[in-house]
Design a protein around this ligand. Structure first.
Ligand code: UDX
Length: 433
């Protein structure tokens, strides 16, 4: 099928590459000319495992092209995916001007029947608004349908998630559009949820809100574990075996970050508010998430007595492993607070240091984890990159000024750390000295 994708961020790029891989004829566009030039010469705007190879193969095999010409991209596709950014406004409402601009352009350039799909996370009723913008501005009298097809991919596993989704949600009131979407997704053999546009839009916000709440739930339990001497990992395991609860997203830590959960949960609260509903549960989810970062800083302060002039080695800056994304990363709040207290920060992250340079002041960036640990009064773990699990801890211990580790992601075994002679502090697990 002929497919167009407008906006090549995480969602647009993964969608374009995967749909090309499935054999479709895909053109993807973005207004950022530099990004498009880079993509056409094999430079990815983001770090995402497997993406570069997938894009290169599909360009080579003539199934994927990038352009900054919106007219060309709009005329090309039978199905047009809108994947532009939906950033938060200052009051956390969703900024929809990019979606509306694209809808206007579609209305201007469309010259045959199109299925117009919004994949970006948008407030309920956006599909109706997109339809209205197009209807009010259409130049040629051609038919079109609107579909909501929310994307559930995670950063760091975007390609795998897009190729093997848990489900595909298709929201539309047009059987013609639904049939075309079903045909497009048929090769994925994923469960299909066919519904109306508004329900599809809400499935996305409800899913992210639920996952964020699950994280805040286990973080609250971790606080009780810290006070009672119980072990949050065992509790998560014990809960997770119950099929109604499930094992996933019960990792206690320093709270969620990234481009989705913080923004989408706040946006969902605003959406609820616009209908007159006070979404108390989700407000609490967000509050607990903020507190979790403060709680971690307190653990560091308590362990070091006084932050002034203390050298703190930081392992991990990105909001989670396998991405260089720093958006709403818990590391931002935590490092800023440590610096306010007078601590000197030496940090290492396998991928995010370039992006981190735009976020932090006065951090010393290190070549590897050992350099971050050298002469440190404490080593703190902020992202659970797998390479941190395999460090030579004896070497780390010898290099540090004090053998103190404060682990925000629970990646080490407390008993092993004790045997190695570390003072090891983690989240919701007994401290071993
Ligand atoms: C999320 C959703 O998972 C995805 O479906 C949606 O499309 C976009 O938002 P993403 O932000 O890429 O994806 O990352 P995810 O793996 O969900 O993690 C989000 C945050 O929660 C990270 O900061 C992570 O460290 C944190 N987290 C996750 C926990 O603290 N504990 C957990 O058990 C799981």
């Amino acid at each position: 099928m002929k497919i167009s994708v407008i906006g090549v961020g995480y969602v647009g790029l993964a969608t374009a590459a995967v749909l090309a891989e499935l054999g479709n004829d895909v053109i993807a566009a973005d207004i950022d000319k530099k990004k498009i030039e880079g993509l056409n010469s094999g430079i990815m705007p983001i770090f995402e495992p497997g993406l570069r190879e997938l894009v290169a193969r599909n360009i080579r095999e003539n199934r994927l092209r990038f352009t900054h010409d919106n007219r060309e991209v709009i005329r090309h596709g039978e199905i047009i995916f809108i994947c532009v950014g939906t950033p938060p406004k200052e009051n956390w409402e969703t900024e929809l001007k990019y979606v509306k601009n694209v809808a206007m352009e579609i209305a201007h350039h469309m010259d045959s029947y199109k299925v117009i799909v919004h994949k970006s996370t948008v407030p309920v009723e956006t599909g109706d608004n997109v339809r209205k913008v197009i209807r009010d501005n259409i130049k040629k009298s051609v038919d079109f349908d609107v579909v909501s097809n929310p994307e559930f991919l995670r950063e760091g596993s975007a390609i795998k998630d897009t190729l093997e989704p848990d489900r595909v949600v298709i929201g539309s009131d047009s059987q013609r559009a639904i049939d075309m979407m079903k045909k497009l997704y048929d090769p994925l053999k994923a469960p299909l949820i066919i519904t109306d546009i508004r329900s599809a839009e809400l499935i996305k916000h409800a899913s992210n809100a639920f996952l964020a709440t699950k994280i805040s739930f286990i973080n609250s339990v971790a606080r009780i574990c810290d006070m009672s001497g119980a072990d949050v990992e065992k509790i998560a395991e014990g809960m997770g075996h119950d099929k109604r609860i499930g094992k996933e997203f019960l990792n206690a830590g320093i709270g969620y970050g990234g481009s989705c959960f913080p923004k989408d949960s706040q946006a969902f609260i605003k959406i609820a508010e616009s209908y007159g509903y006070d979404y108390k549960l989700l407000k609490a989810t967000n509050e607990i998430n903020e507190e979790q970062k403060e709680y971690f800083v307190k653990k560091i302060k308590d362990a070091l007595n006084n932050l002034n002039d203390k050298r703190i080695g930081v392992l991990g800056l990105s909001f989670k492993p396998n991405t260089d994304d720093m958006r709403f990363a818990p590391s931002i709040y935590i490092i800023n607070e440590l610096q306010k207290g007078g601590a000197k920060i030496k940090a290492y992250d396998p991928e995010a240091m370039e992006k981190a340079k735009q976020v932090f002041n006065s951090i010393e960036y290190c070549r590897d984890p050992y350099e971050a640990a050298k002469d440190a009064d404490a080593l703190i773990i902020l992202t659970e990159w797998s390479e941190f699990r395999e460090l030579d801890m004896e070497k780390i211990k010898k290099m540090m000024n004090h053998s103190l580790i404060i682990d925000g992601r629970n990646i080490y075994n407390p008993e092993n750390m004790k045997k190695l002679g570390f003072h090891y502090i983690s989240i919701g697990r007994k401290e071993v000295v």
